[in-house]
Design a protein around this ligand. Structure first.
Ligand SMILES: Cc1cc2nc3c(=O)[nH]c(=O)nc-3n(C[C@H](O)[C@H](O)[C@H](O)COP(=O)(O)O)c2cc1C
Length: 373
């Protein structure tokens, strides 16, 4: 399949599958355990229907909005995905340039392959830094200070990762970072020498925010072992209060799914929540984000900005209008990363996703989302 034949995100997924070593593709594409949550995230859309409001004058569409006080052209943000250079040598900077071009908010992961500083300088779109709290609070504090210094619009604490998800595809296909060569994975890596060169010679895959920190953190083991040994599992809402005090700006809690937790987030000083089950990559049997949105929005819309992890554009449209949250895209952005021609890649990726979103908005008769209750 060629880029000009891509009509939807699943076409980009096909390209990603072809271009990446199998362990890397399955790391990007897989979910935790039996992947029930991963499947449910999209199956849940079958439970929804869009009721159009016909003859509503959709002659002009203006989806401009604000997120964390920043102007955005679309109520869509790019979710944090670790190690984007796994998927393409341009990695995070290319995604940032695309976010700038299309007027979207970009999120940099703690586990990114570009520093907080380099990401800030890579493009002028508003940015959020996604933080984890480490046992070594010096490292967490360092991330807060650096994000402040570089004027990130928001800080986002991911709370659904007390330990790395049990992704069975990673075991089956032999995914590890840095790459280890078992018989099966070695064959696949050997078919992608360019990828190997970047990983082993150029060291493109280093988690540079951690290794560049003055707090002196070192990753001596693999990433999964590092997460399981260094992320602070004793976190409570008291720590969110601490973080809110340190950051003193828009604070987003990512990975909550219930009204009760969202209320605790608001009471602890958060200004926004991301309804997310980490794209099905963490907890098996978690609810789909789309099923959480109505209750949370009804209870807390006045106290919190709400962002909902989503994929299919039609429902993006519905939830970004009726309940007025923003939506965040994770794996489909990662799929989009894999096409080597970045101009083509971003044009098609963004146009495919945003065009579907816009056409859904036309079809359900919402010309100006901000006018819709
Ligand atoms: C390859 C990949 C890496 C991810 N890395 C992170 C991360 O470092 N931090 C985080 O909070 N979420 C991470 N996520 C989860 C996304 O932020 C987002 O919640 C999820 O992808 C949304 O679901 P979707 O993939 O169906 O769009 C990652 C997701 C993917 C696919």
């Amino acid at each position: 399949m060629r880029i000009k034949d891509c009509n939807n995100i699943m076409d980009f997924r096909r390209i990603a599958r072809r271009r990446l070593p199998a362990p890397v593709f399955h790391y990007m594409d897989g979910g935790a355990d039996d992947e029930w949550t991963l499947g449910r995230n999209t199956e849940a859309f079958n439970d929804y229907e869009l009721l159009p409001s016909q003859l509503s004058d959709v002659s002009s569409i203006d989806l401009k909005s604000t997120l964390f006080g920043q102007a955005v052209d679309w109520p869509v943000m790019i979710a944090p995905t670790g190690a984007s250079k796994l998927f393409h040598r341009d990695g995070e900077p290319a995604v940032i340039r695309a976010a700038e071009k299309f007027g979207m908010m970009y999120s940099l992961s703690t586990l990114g392959t570009i520093t907080i500083e380099d990401a800030a300088d890579a493009g002028r779109c508003p940015k959020m830094f996604q933080i984890y709290v480490f046992k070594d609070r010096g490292l967490t504090q360092d991330f807060i200070d650096r994000s402040k210094e570089k004027k990130y619009a928001a800080l986002c604490l991911t709370v659904d990762t007390p330990l790395a998800g049990n992704r069975e595809r990673d075991i089956v296909y032999g995914m590890s970072a840095p790459p280890k060569f078992k018989f099966r994975s070695a064959i696949s890596y050997a078919r992608h020498p360019g990828w190997l060169y970047r990983a082993l010679v150029r060291k493109d895959l280093d988690l540079v925010n951690i290794t560049s920190s003055d707090a002196g953190a070192k990753i001596d083991s693999g990433v999964v072992e590092y997460i399981n040994s260094q992320f602070d599992r004793s976190l409570t809402w008291k720590d969110v209060e601490w973080l809110a005090g340190q950051w003193d700006g828009p604070l987003v809690i990512k990975g909550v799914q219930t009204v009760a937790d969202c209320r605790k987030a608001a009471n602890s000083g958060a200004t926004a929540v991301m309804l997310s089950n980490h794209g099905g990559r963490q907890l098996e049997s978690a609810p789909a984000p789309v099923d959480c949105i109505a209750s949370v929005a009804d209870a807390l819309r006045d106290r919190l900005e709400i962002i909902c992890d989503q994929t299919p554009a039609a429902l993006d449209a519905a939830i970004s209008t009726r309940w007025r949250p923003a939506v965040s895209w994770g794996s489909n952005v990662a799929y989009g990363c894999c096409e080597p021609n970045w101009n083509g890649r971003w044009r098609y990726w963004a146009v495919t996703g945003l065009k579907n979103l816009a056409s859904s908005i036309f079809s359900i008769g919402c010309s100006l989302p901000r006018n819709i209750a």
